[in-house]
Ligand binder design. Structure first.
Ligand SMILES: Nc1ncnc2c1ncn2[C@@H]1O[C@H](COP(=O)(O)OP(=O)(O)O)[C@@H](O)[C@H]1O
Ligand SMILES: CC(=O)N[C@@H](CCC(=O)OP(=O)(O)O)C(=O)O
Length: 264
């Protein structure tokens, strides 16, 4: 039987709230199985860009990343947020080690090509972009890798890559060796039938149901790339994929499955 591995993704809302982040990292530290943390931080990058007067534009959940914006996101994701999370995890006796995709060539990306839109320094990744051997070795050493949303092309360029995609692709790559459970932790109870009603959690979503919800206009903004990445994971042999509320991590792990499960 394959060994269990949790791959857990957190985003901007949580990272911006110190008390909530602390509570989350406490719950994360208590997980006894092997684990990896992936973080975004889009909200903080936008705040800093606004302060610096660098206009930001998102298309299909992806940030148009010109050179100035790349400098900002590299500082914010691979620097400020990644190192802060690692320090907080060390405080909680979790042997965290923080990475960008450039470190030890862990995640190699290709510049996003699009016929009409120039996304700038945005990197696309796939299963084979991930250095799964080295990640497995780190995990074996009982280290807990913490990934930021920065990748590279091995030609000296850094790229900005959606953190939901990084979590999905790492999960896909490691599923050959581990029984991976991928958890997208965010600020809602799960995928909601009515985004204003926290009680309207949809328990299971397949590709077909995703299309129906999308057509019905029930999914907006960040939830779309999150669900696309979650579906990409189940289609590529990731054992379990859930979207859960950040504060429900411990509860979920203790077998009280929370939120929305993504199914084939
Ligand atoms: N049907 C829906 N169910 C849940 N969230 C939704 C839905 N439609 C839109 N959303 C929005 O998607 C957001 C999550 O995406 P995002 O903000 O990108 O998260 P993160 O930064 O954690 O990756 C929620 O906060 C919510 O506002
Ligand atoms: C290319 C691209 O869009 N990258 C994302 C990476 C950060 C991210 O994904 O942050 P959240 O998980 O907090 O949304 C961005 O710059 O917003």
């Amino acid at each position: 039987m394959k060994e269990k591995l949790y791959i857990i993704k957190i985003g901007g809302n949580l990272i911006d709230d110190e008390a909530l982040l602390n509570e989350f990292l406490e719950q994360f530290s208590e997980i006894t199985e092997k684990k990896i943390l992936v973080h975004g931080g889009g909200k903080l990058a936008t705040t800093l860009a606004d302060k610096l007067g660098v206009e930001q534009k998102m298309i299909n959940g992806r940030r148009i990343t010109d050179k100035e914006t790349l400098d900002i996101v590299a500082m914010v994701y691979a620097g400020r947020i990644n190192k802060n999370i690692v320090a907080k995890l060390q405080q909680k006796k979790c042997k965290a080690i923080g990475f960008s995709g450039a470190d030890a060539n862990l995640i190699k990306a290709k510049k996003r090509e699009h016929a009409e839109i120039d996304f700038g320094f945005v990197g696309d990744i796939e299963k084979k972009s991930v250095n799964k051997k080295l990640i497995s070795k780190l995990i074996k050493l009982k280290l807990v890798p913490v990934f930021s949303a920065i990748t590279h092309d091995k030609k000296g360029n850094l790229f900005n890559t959606n953190a939901d995609t990084i979590a999905s692709v790492i999960a896909q790559a490691l599923s050959a060796k581990y029984e991976v459970e991928l958890l997208y932790c965010f600020d809602k109870e799960g995928v909601l039938e009515d985004v204003e009603n926290p009680k309207s959690v949809i328990k299971n979503i397949s590709e077909e149901e995703f299309s129906v919800l999308k057509e019905a206009g029930k999914l907006h903004k960040g939830i779309l790339p999150k669900l696309e990445n979650a579906l990409g994971a189940v289609k590529n042999k990731v054992s379990k994929v859930f979207l859960i509320k950040e504060t429900e991590l411990k509860n979920h792990i203790q077998n009280h499955h929370a939120g929305t499960e993504i199914c084939l």
